[in-house]
Design a protein around this ligand. Structure first.
Ligand code: ARG
Length: 567
């Protein structure tokens, strides 16, 4: 059992006895003590008694022998100082567990994680980064917790832009294949022609009709475009260390033949109405600014299906066919209303039964130094591939300066791990709902709450073990010195942090924890010599080092960030 749960259980029994009913003791880590409970404050109002008095009575009743010292503080908080012995015992238990005290969930779910999902035939740009990075962390964490995770890369691989792209491919003739190597240039050239040449535009529109009616030659051309995009995306995922594979592509096109039946089913349930020529659903409780009911357009006036119909089909498929009990959609905040409407319609249609959840895991934008959307100097969209190249180059320079004796191959590997790690960490370490400013110097700094700082902490511990040589066996943990105690207390707090992150997908909590751990390690390492200590102390300190390294490694791995042994 983890410490927070243990303290909560003991205090909740005490508070319940005082209040005569169930009480959440709200035990949290605290600046003022190891843990603090603020439960007496809201209880005071309910019971009409002074909060300090309630807290004192709870402290008197609480069975905390051998667990913690409790003391009333301030307006009525209960401050808890955990017994050193217990900290050491728990640290030893965590150290002996390959899962570091993190349980496998007793209620495994089938979770569909919808993430990355760029629009095909455009190069992946910086706007796709957040979904890819946060989504991959979600998939990794939920999987490690023992859930069945289905990665769904909902590519935008269907729709009107393909008309102009296919026509452009036709125009290029035999040279077409080669020009697909640079997809952005390909897309832009098609766009220019589409805007400038009415005859091309007309052909492109006819091509959309041919695509949608399943013309075999058109489909074959479309397939070449999609294949080229997928190959390109897989190279980006590989470079970025993202766990998406070719098997995870489930683009919009894959729901194409389910759209008629989506409409039929919604219609049979009386959920559709014609509005301005389009077939729409108006889920209860949604109104626009003008007070009018908000529509979800299921079929356009011209008979075509759009983004919403595809999402309804995907949702129904995920629940009915894939057996999802939890669905996560890693998509930016601007699509909030879209997902609220889709989920509401799905609920009304009975596709989201009780016990199945759909969550829009939203996030803000990446901003440039001017506080506006990140752009290139020329004002264009930033290509993800270029961004990653620059990150790797900068990180190589950093690693070469720090560790001059790394050979070329090691330097290339470490540069990639540190560069991509820095980008991912910068994305994960602020509240995902906020925007953040993309800042090379800050994300690559070796101090502060950054990827490189945590990787460096890990590498430092690896070097202790390299220097320890033969005699590196960790022994039982004892907590004597204050920095040892503080570090051990951090180490035994990994499980509750992960449990929370799995519920909320707030990865800045996990990065905050890992940063706190690395800081506690730093303070420990400064005050407590490891290799020169007498044997029993040395073994205990080596155990603390080892457990810190394993926790950093596991935590960063869940975020998709590598931990090189040297940097
Ligand atoms: N392709 C979409 C875009 O770039 C994101 C898709 C997100 N997933 C979904 N099921 N709608 O905006």
């Amino acid at each position: 059992m983890n410490l927070e749960a243990l303290l909560s259980a003991r205090l909740s029994a005490a508070f319940a006895a005082v209040a005569g009913g169930d009480v959440d003791p709200a035990v949290r880590r605290s600046q003022h003590a190891d843990f603090q409970s603020g439960a007496a404050l809201p209880l005071a109002r309910r019971l009409g008694r002074a909060p300090r008095e309630i807290a004192a009575e709870a402290v008197a009743r609480a069975d905390l022998a051998g667990v913690a010292d409790a003391e009333v503080s301030g307006p009525g908080f209960v401050n808890l100082t955990v017994a050193d012995e217990l900290i050491a015992d728990l640290a030893n238990a965590v150290a002996a567990d390959p899962r570091l005290g993190v349980p496998v969930t007793g209620k495994p779910e089938t979770v569909v994680v919808d993430y990355s999902a760029p629009n095909v035939a455009k190069e992946m740009h910086v706007g796709n980064l957040r979904s890819t990075v946060i989504g991959d962390a979600a998939a990794r964490l939920l999987e490690w917790q023992g859930n069945t995770v289905i990665r769904a890369n909902h590519l935008g691989d269907w729709g009107t832009p393909f008309g102009m792209l296919i026509e452009h491919l036709v125009d290029l003739g035999d040279t077409g294949e080669g020009s697909l190597a640079d997809l952005t240039a390909f897309y832009q050239a098609a766009r220019v022609k589409f805007d400038a040449d009415p005859e091309f535009k007309r052909r492109a529109q006819l091509r959309v009709v041919a695509l949608q009616s399943g013309d075999p030659q058109t489909l074959a051309l479309w397939r070449r475009l999609v294949d080229a995009s997928q190959r390109y995306l897989l190279t980006i995922y590989d470079l970025l260390g993202v766990s998406l594979t070719a098997a995870d592509f489930a683009g919009e096109s894959s729901y194409h033949d389910q759209l008629d039946s989506v409409v039929a089913e919604l219609d049979a349930k009386g959920l559709l109405r014609v509005s301005d020529g389009a077939l729409c659903a108006f889920p209860a409780g949604f109104t626009g600014r003008d007070g009018e009911p908000l529509p979800l357009i299921v079929r356009k006036g011209d008979g075509g299906y759009g983004y919403a119909a595809t999402d309804l089909a995907a949702l129904r498929h995920r629940v009915r066919t894939l057996g999802a009990t939890r669905m996560l959609y890693l998509v930016g905040s601007p699509q909030r209303t879209h997902f609220q409407l889709v989920f509401a319609v799905a609920r009304e249609a009975g596709w989201l039964p009780g016990g199945v959840s759909a969550e829009h895991v939203e996030f803000g934008s990446i901003l440039g130094p001017d506080g506006r959307m990140l752009r290139t100097r020329a004002g264009g969209t930033v290509q993800l591939a270029e961004l990653l190249d620059e990150a790797v180059q900068r990180a190589c320079a950093l690693a070469a300066a720090k560790t001059p004796d790394l050979d070329r191959a090691a330097l290339a590997r470490v540069g990639r791990q540190v560069g991509t790690g820095a980008i991912k960490y910068a994305d994960l370490c602020t509240d995902r709902r906020s925007d953040y400013v993309f800042d090379w110097d800050r994300m690559l700094a070796l101090t502060g709450n950054t990827g490189p700082y945590l990787q460096y902490a890990y590498a430092r511990i690896s070097s202790i073990f390299r220097r320890a040589g033969e005699d590196a066996a960790p022994g039982p943990v004892a907590v004597t010195e204050a920095p040892e105690r503080a570090l051990a207390l951090e180490l035994i707090g990994f499980a509750p942090v992960l449990a929370e992150a799995g519920r909320t997908l707030d990865f800045h909590r996990l990065t905050g924890y890992l940063y706190g751990l690395a800081t506690a390690f730093s303070a420990f390492y400064e005050k407590c010599p490891v290799l020169s200590a007498p044997p029993a102390v040395r073994a205990s300190r080596l155990a603390l080092c080892d457990l810190t390294a394993r926790t950093l490694r596991q935590g960063l791995d869940l975020l998709g960030i590598a931990t090189p042994d040297r940097l």
